[in-house]
Design a protein around this ligand. Structure first.
Ligand code: HSE
Length: 428
């Protein structure tokens, strides 16, 4: 048998301890599947005295991950520290400069520095693998780079932040407002240290930008992701959307259009009976569409020790087998610089508004829509709240610009109470 593959593991949080668990528990299985033993040589974390409920006694300890990354007795630097800057970035760069392969779960690092890190690694004949960075245990990077390698990808979509999906589905099932469920999520430990990474769509935006780079052969362009979080989603919208046959999701969509690369991570309505519509709780779902294969739907845990460590080990075991792929599925130097296209693909829209309950009010709204070139598909008025009438409209396909234009005209009708809401309905 060849010499063991030696890992240096930086980060001993939930995921790091998950990796230790698999390496120890499945040593025989891993060796049988790769033809080589995989061992941990050294680890690094801030606090050596903390009880982590794992046997780390056989591993050398480095307080500094950069020192760990440079050790001569490791072949692969496994980075599960997190963060786009600081120790994670410094240590990853040190590992590459020292001729190590890298396996990382760090979406923020790659979303911001993926191109330069991939070029540095490939210049030195090293690999960076990041299955664990996108949708936790779902093997979506492998699906794109290998299983679907013969396809021109049409569209990549998904729910890639479990915390947001937990909040939205819990709001619906319990009939609770956003603030209450946000607090629940905090107490359950679901939220990142900076909750805006979750509810602001940033974490999911990082993941979408990585998938788009592989799918469309473009440099990672996280800054071009159109992003809107879930903080403004009301329980009213969740209930009324359900009444019209839809669910609200924080949905990522990337597609190459004639105008350029469209990437958005925004609240959308999807049909309640679609796979995305049926996704409950903290689960992730990624939908891949290729010209030859059609649509693939992958569902599973997007976070947690087991699922994320499972993805880390898939990358480690590929390296143990000698499988060496470019970071983004083709040489980093050949990735095109994408033209960022604002999300202009037409779609149906859900519109909710409250009107003064008086003759001709609805007609004025219908006229404003018609003047903006938007056709109504379905409409529902929900009783009367005093002198006010809540109204829901589902439009035929329209662009966001036309919708904004119509909303501007609504304001001039004098029949609107409060601000109207418009949410895109994604065809999935
Ligand atoms: N906070 C993320 C989520 C997991 O809720 O899905 C890490 O990306």
């Amino acid at each position: 048998m060849p010499a063991p593959l030696r890992l240096g593991l930086a980060g001993l949080g939930t995921v790091g301890i998950g990796v230790v668990g698999i390496v120890q528990r499945h040593a025989d299985l891993i060796a049988a599947r790769t033809g080589r033993a995989v061992v941990i040589t050294a680890v690094s974390a801030l606090d050596q005295t903390k009880n982590r409920d794992a046997d780390l006694s056989g591993y050398a300890w480095e307080a500094d991950p950069v020192t760990l990354a440079k050790r001569e007795d490791i072949d692969v630097f496994v980075e599960v520290i997190g963060g786009s800057e600081g120790p994670a970035r410094d240590a990853t760069m040190a590992a590459i400069a020292s001729g190590k392969d890298v396996v990382t779960a760090n979406k923020a690092l790659l979303a911001h520095h993926g191109q330069s890190l991939a070029e540095a690694a490939e210049d030195r004949g090293r690999v960076i693998r990041f299955e664990a960075a996108v949708a936790g245990g779902i093997p979506v990077i492998k699906a794109l780079t290998e299983g679907l390698a013969g396809n021109a990808m049409r569209r990549v979509m998904g729910v890639m932040n479990g915390t947001c999906n937990y909040i939205l589905t819990r709001m619906e099932s319990a009939g609770l407002p956003y603030d209450t469920v946000f607090e629940e999520a905090r107490q359950l430990g679901y939220l990142e240290a900076d909750p805006n990474l979750d509810v602001g769509g940033i974490d999911a935006g990082h993941k979408l930008s990585l998938l788009a780079a592989i799918a469309f052969g473009t440099r990672v362009s996280f800054d071009a992701v159109e992003m809107e979080g879930i903080g403004a989603i009301s329980i009213d919208d969740i209930k009324l959307a359900a009444d019209m046959g839809f669910k609200i999701k924080l949905l990522g969509v990337a597609q190459m259009t004639g105008r350029g690369l469209e990437q958005r991570m925004t609240p959308c309505l999807v049909p309640a009976d679609s796979p995305l519509g049926q996704l409950q709780g903290g689960t992730n779902m990624v939908v891949l569409e290729g010209d030859a294969v059609g649509q693939i739907v992958m569902r599973g845990a997007g976070a947690g020790a087991g699922p994320t460590a499972s993805a880390v080990m898939a990358d480690v075991m590929d390296i143990a087998r000698g499988t060496r792929l470019s970071t983004f599925g083709r040489p980093a130097a050949s990735l095109a610089t994408p033209i960022a296209a604002a999300a202009a693909t037409p779609a149906p829209y859900y519109m909710r508004m409250t009107l003064l309950d008086k003759p001709g009010a609805l007609a004025k709204i219908a006229t404003a829509l018609g003047d903006a070139g938007i056709s109504i598909d379905r409409m529902r008025q929900y009783g009367h709240a005093g002198a006010h009438a809540p109204v829901l409209i589902v439009t035929h396909k329209a662009t966001r610009d036309d919708v904004n234009h119509a909303m501007g005209r609504f304001a001039a009708t004098g029949v609107l109470v409060g601000d109207p809401v418009a949410i895109r309905i994604e065809e999935v």
